[in-house]
Design a protein around this ligand. Structure first.
Ligand code: M6R
Length: 614
């Protein structure tokens, strides 16, 4: 949930740290800080956005080290223990060291008591300070950083990525991780570590991913900057990972918000995701996953938030096309309700980041019980990608906005192609039908998504209508209910308008009592089989004074348009493509509503992009 960056090299460290923090700000943004390692260990930290820290540094808060230091660590925080204050911001420092942390130390109270009994005085409410003081106490006895980190992690319970600079080792950074992400890299100009790839992109596309409990050592004292990894049995060589993202992809590129830029990147993300999976016009997944899926009794999809909603759309495709029973579960619930697992029901995890703690925990639970697992992830080399039995990559490119949009679009498209392949192998589609649907997904879907975006003026008009509302409802049936759930999440997440999705047929069982004069209701109606029923449900809403916007297709318009106050007609009527275009429309309306309201769209309050705590 927090972002950490470290650099040791030949260049002034402050600009590198601040730019790195900016690239990681999506992970948390309530306070930030740096520790500069030079003639003296200098720590500066501030509550508020990174700009507040930057101003403090420019105003001289770090003294001479601001210009002179070439080694340091930095942190941007999403508060778990204690409010966003200067004192609770990271780094947490002692005379010997400064430390930044992403994660949660679960036994911090016990450690704090022990350390207080040993004479330490705590200055913050954070769990992290206990880790800093624990390492300090060990280092005081034996000033060996690798041994100190290792000994400390034997006492630490919970999840963490820690980076430490020691006052007596001004050119080195030490780090260790457990259940939280950390990557490292070395170039001719320095050695880097970070929570995620966007922070490294201005410097390199090549990086290493340390395994859990390895100590990472960044150094510039040798001939060249180096990054080395030490396990319990000695030094470890990791293969280099290379990312095909570029720095422009991780920048706003002239857009007001990352979210708007990323909405526009969905169509190309679908092209990049599906094209490598198609050979001679047919889907070819080339994975044991598909053989297994075809033979399996059923499938369980586990994910969180928007990724879980893409799983709901995946259920629609697999049930409709491949007649495969699918259940979709929220990862945090799945894990703790003692699920009944079966080896002939594989588990498919969906995750943009591949680092979501609940999803990762679900994956580990499945594997520990011998259940076959597969994952659809956007970040190759992430923990979920590395631990699942089989991996399918979406190629949405880096997603920076907290609100997930292009990741959803590519995940839903991937699920549709997977369903076509499964249906063909299970005999529910002929080869010709599979070819036709594959072409629809690879060729027509990206174009339809672009045409959907071109309807932006209509979406802006509806966003202006929606913006003053306190509450909004989203309704749909079948795949359109799945899409409505995602539309409602996106609106409340970024505009703070309370919004709920209901299966349209369920409204009359209670929720319709909430509809009063002018209550906005967004109806998604792409499914011809339920359009007439949707029309009835929309009439029921209007009869109670509700304002109905319907998002429909040429095929459903005849049934539903006359029952709505406003209508947006999608460019595709195909039942496989239209629901994804419908969700994109809802994403765009949510974006513009938040923009009309002047919300901090890319960094909504209280949220973080990558939820690496349970
Ligand atoms: O990285 P993941 O896809 O695993 O993230 C899952 C959710 O945290 C994420 O989709 C979240 O719901 C988004 N902020 C929604 O826009």
């Amino acid at each position: 949930m927090c972002g950490i960056i470290g650099y040791t090299g030949t260049k002034p460290v402050c600009p590198i740290l601040i730019n790195g923090l900016r690239a990681l700000e999506y992970r948390g943004y309530d306070s930030a800080g740096v520790a500069l390692s030079g003639r003296a260990l200098t720590t500066v930290k501030r509550a508020g956005r990174i700009s507040v820290l930057e101003e403090a540094l420019a105003a001289g808060a770090a003294g001479e080290e601001y210009q002179g230091a070439t080694c340091g660590i930095a942190h941007t925080r999403w508060a778990t223990h204690g409010a966003p204050t200067d004192a609770n911001a990271h780094p947490h420092a002692t005379d010997r060291l400064a430390l930044v942390h992403n994660g949660i130390i679960e036994n911090d109270r016990v450690l704090r008591s022990e350390l207080e009994a040993a004479g330490y005085v705590f200055n913050s409410e954070t769990d992290t300070e206990a880790a800093a003081k624990l390492i300090d106490s060990i280092y005081a006895q034996n000033p060996d950083p690798i041994a100190a980190l290792r000994a400390a992690t034997e006492r630490l319970e919970g999840a963490y990525a820690l980076a430490v600079v020691f006052a007596d080792r001004p050119k080195q950074i030490y780090a260790i991780r457990r259940d939280n992400p950390l990557i490292a890299a070395a170039t001719a100009e320095g050695a880097f570590l970070a929570s995620d790839i966007p922070a490294l992109l201005p410097h390199t596309c090549d990086y290493y991913r340390p395994d859990e409990d390895e100590v990472v050592v960044l150094d510039t004292e040798g001939a060249a900057p180096s990054v080395r990894f030490f396990g319990r049995d000695g030094e470890i060589n990791h293969p280099v990972c290379t990312v095909d993202w570029n720095v422009e992809q991780a920048e706003r590129g002239g857009y007001d918000h990352f979210m708007r830029k990323e909405l526009g990147e969905g169509p190309d993300g679908v092209r990049r995701t599906l094209t490598p999976l198609v050979h001679d016009g047919l889907p070819l997944f080339n994975l044991p996953l598909l053989d297994r899926l075809c033979d399996m009794r059923s499938l369980r999809i586990v994910a969180c938030g928007t990724a879980m909603h893409a799983g709901l759309m995946g259920r629609y495709y697999l049930e409709r096309l491949a007649r495969m029973p699918v259940t979709v579960e929220i990862a945090s619930e799945f894990r703790y309700r003692s699920p009944i697992l079966s080896a002939d029901e594989p588990i498919l995890l969906l995750s943009q980041s591949g680092e979501t703690a609940d999803t990762l925990a679900a994956l580990r639970l499945a594997r520990a019980n011998g259940i076959p697992t597969a994952a659809i992830v956007n970040v190759i080399g992430s923990s979920v990608a590395r631990e699942a039995d089989a991996v399918l990559a979406t190629h949405a490119g880096p997603e920076i906005a907290v609100a997930s949009t292009k990741a959803y679009t590519t995940q839903a498209a991937m699920m549709a192609l997977l369903a076509v392949a499964t249906a063909w192998h299970r005999g529910y589609l002929t080869e010709d039908q599979a070819r036709e649907m594959t072409a629809a997904l690879t060729d027509r879907l990206p174009v339809a998504l672009e045409q959907t975006i071109a309807l932006e003026d209509q979406m802006i008009e509806q966003a202006e209508r929606l913006a003053p509302a306190q509450h909004a409802f989203y309704i749909g049936r079948g795949p359109d209910y799945d899409g409505s759930v995602e539309g409602a999440l996106k609106l409340k997440e970024i505009s703070y308008i309370h919004s709920e999705a209901y299966a349209a047929g369920e409204l009359k069982h209670g929720t319709i009592s909430l509809i009063t004069e002018g209550t906005p209701v967004v109806a998604l109606s792409t499914d011809t089989t339920t359009a007439a029923k949707m029309a009835s449900n929309m009439r029921e809403v209007r009869a109670r004074g509700g304002y109905v916007l319907v998002i429909c297709t040429e095929a459903t318009k005849g049934e539903v348009a006359s029952c709505a106050d406003a209508c947006i007609v999608l460019p595709e009527s195909d039942p496989i493509l239209a629901p994804i275009c419908g969700v994109l429309t809802e994403h765009m309306i949510a974006y513009h509503t938040a923009r009309v309201l002047g919300c901090d769209i890319d960094k909504p309050r209280n949220l973080a992009k990558s939820v690496t705590v349970e």
